[in-house]
Design a protein around this ligand. Structure first.
Ligand code: GLN
Length: 440
């Protein structure tokens, strides 16, 4: 189908079910130039001069700069902030003729688990309308799941790509830390933030990853890994799978994961062993001091002078909690006690994963140990923290991980998390493709 026709079909669907009808609320803004851009891309396709993403229609989380569109971060703070430039990932997408359809909803400044902290209303889960889509990249996952676009970009600091992908039944990847440039991403916690792709299948996330990854002179810590898209179709042999030994609150979820991996290993002759990670229980306690301090620091530029409104004047309670928490624990009298302790713990987690990946090709677990709650339902902070308990360790360790839909419980999609060592995306996608192929 021509890009123009496909775009029109998606725009119709958005009109029908994102704004009206089911009111999913995945998009905060549509690209007013999309139709024009689509025509240019179709012209290039006709001439045989189009790039690798030609024909792909892509939604972008609202915490990335897309020139001329609003990077509101789903906050009143930046409600009218028009991006003056393209983030590196956007530049790369445009160079390969990907079409940007619009900016997606998310938790305010990517702070959240459920998509409910957006200043512009929660995103509904297209697969179960009364439930949360999962956060913070709620709109990006819902846009793909709701069939409003082909692919999307999200950002993942503690689980924000994988959690909503799991709940919405799509594939979402948190690439290795530093493998994708963060230039043009609004920081939440810069030592953990990672941009990554969301799509309907493993091949498509790999395709988008292939384009956005690599060294960028505007992000000094970015680095190019070895990645060959052509290799991801080969079923990998002699794989040793580590099944994470962790007490999952909803036993049905673990059972689904165990059954699936058993069938996969029988089919491909992969070995399965249980793996215990002793520091994983410290992940949440390690994650928050880092996030609070780094988020506090990152938000100091939103003082109402240069960009939009003063953040403390207009933000929601979750963002304010993190700013005040960050202010408190970075006070001089604490002498960096919390932040530095957290950095030490992060090192231990990183080391534990590095060692585990000497014995295992991948580690698998559920993405989320519970089913998503109802939109608006009051749940305790402890219950909320559960959403990230299995995803945040991967951000702390810096390795790559993805969420792959493997079935449903109570008609709600369940994602399997597959994690590989740093810069092993090729292996990660090959394993995920093999699991995806096996329909059972
Ligand atoms: N839920 C986590 C948090 O609120 C992770 C968010 C994210 O990955 N951006 O901090």
């Amino acid at each position: 189908m021509k890009t123009t026709e496909k775009l029109k079909k998606y725009l119709k669907e958005i009109e029908k079910n994102d704004k009206n009808g089911k009111k999913i609320n995945a998009f905060l803004q549509l690209n007013p130039n999309a139709l024009n851009d689509a025509k240019i891309i179709d012209e290039k396709i006709k001439k045989g001069k189009a790039g690798k993403l030609a024909g792909q229609i892509i939604g972008i989380k609202s915490n990335m700069n897309v020139k001329g569109l609003i990077a509101s971060c789903a906050s009143k703070t930046l409600e009218n902030y028009k991006s003056p430039y393209d983030a590196t990932v956007i530049k790369k997408i445009r160079e390969e003729d990907g079409l940007i359809i619009g900016m997606t909803n998310c938790d305010e400044f990517a702070c959240g688990w459920s998509g409910e902290t957006s200043a512009f209303g929660p995103t509904k889960n297209p697969q179960a309308l009364d439930l949360i889509a999962g956060g913070s990249s709620s709109g990006s996952a819902a846009a793909v799941s709701g069939n409003f676009c082909d692919m999307a970009l999200g950002s993942d600091t503690g689980g924000s790509i994988r959690v909503p992908s799991s709940h919405c039944g799509v594939v979402g990847v948190k690439p290795t830390y530093s493998s994708v440039s963060r230039y043009g991403l609004v920081d939440m916690s810069m030592s953990l933030d990672q941009i990554g792709p969301i799509a309907k299948n493993v091949f498509d996330v790999a395709l988008l990853f292939d384009i956005i990854q690599g060294k960028d002179e505007n992000d000094s810590i970015s680095q190019g890994g070895k990645f060959d898209l052509k290799k991801i179709n080969k079923i990998p042999k002699n794989i040793v799978v580590g099944v994470l030994d962790f007490d999952i609150s909803d036993k049905r979820i673990q059972k689904l994961i165990d059954e699936k991996i058993l069938k996969v290993s029988e089919k491909y002759g992969w070995k399965i062993k249980k793996v215990k990670m002793k520091y994983i229980d410290f992940a949440i306690a390690t994650y928050f001091p880092l996030v609070y301090v780094e988020f506090f620091s990152a938000t100091r530029k939103f003082d109402g002078r240069r960009y939009g409104k003063k953040i403390e004047d207009v933000c929601g309670p979750e963002v304010l909690r993190r700013i005040l928490g960050g202010l408190e624990i970075s006070k001089a009298e604490y002498g960096g006690r919390y932040y530095h302790k957290a950095l030490q713990a992060k090192k231990l987690i990183e080391e534990e994963f590095r060692n585990a990946f000497k014995n295992f090709d991948c580690i698998i677990s559920p993405v989320v140990p519970r089913l998503p709650h109802k939109i608006g339902e009051k749940i305790s902070s402890e219950e909320m923290f559960q959403y990230d308990v299995l995803t945040s360790p991967m951000n702390l360790a810096g390795n790559c991980a993805l969420s792959l839909p493997i079935g449903k419980i109570d008609n709600i999609p369940i994602g399997m998390q597959i994690a590989c060592d740093k810069f092993q995306e090729e292996k990660l996608f090959r394993i995920a493709r093999a699991v995806e192929k096996l329909k059972c």
